[in-house]
Design a protein around this ligand. Structure first.
Ligand code: HEC
Length: 146
């Protein structure tokens, strides 16, 4: 009896923790910040341009005059930033395969079900919650540029 109660408590705590971490995706958007904090656009720009972490410029191009080699496999990022709001941008960076199951864009946040990843990355999101927020904040600044 006691043991059952303890188990029930553990289950309850797990449920609460899991729901606190769940990304609330509504329609094509994730309105809430993943980390609960606003992003830093300066850090976000560095992540997008980084050839180690974001790797976005492997496929995308954007307003990065200092970057000589940019991708042409995906939409130019300031065009997308003008077309999509913050919540829509966040949902696409978290998991682009929700919008196109055949996309070549990596799933940056959904840790489960990552395929074709090195052992170091198994069950690890590519970017942290705060890094996603930083990238979203940076893309948001492109929205207002001409
Ligand atoms: C391996 C290539 C690749 C990488 C790396 C990549 N993307 Fe993408 N991304 C794409 C493609 C291709 C699309 C077009 C959607 C599709 O595949 O259907 C896309 C779509 C998007 C969209 C939606 C664009 C729109 O106008 O609908 C956003 C926003 C985006 N990517 C941001 C990023 C960011 C930010 C990064 C880096 C953190 C990144 N992508 C990394 C290939 C990539």
């Amino acid at each position: 009896m006691r043991k059952g109660f303890a188990l029930a408590c553990i289950l309850l705590v797990n449920l609460i923790l899991a729901s606190a971490h769940a990304q609330v995706a509504v329609g094509d958007s994730i309105a809430e910040s993943l980390s609960g904090m606003t992003g830093d656009p300066v850090r976000g720009r560095a992540i997008v341009a980084s050839r180690q972490s974001g790797l976005c410029l492997l496929c995308h191009s954007g307003p990065f005059p200092e970057e000589r080699f940019q991708g042409n496999l995906a939409p130019e990022l300031s065009m997308s930033a003008k077309r999509l709001n913050t919540a829509q941008l966040r949902a696409r960076i978290v998991d682009a395969s929700r919008f196109n199951p055949d996309t070549i864009m990596p799933t940056y946040y959904k840790a489960a079900n990552l395929r074709r990843v090195g052992s170091k990355w198994i069950d690890q999101p590519i970017l942290s919650e705060q890094e996603i927020e930083d990238v979203v904040a940076f893309l948001g600044t492109l929205n207002s540029q001409p």
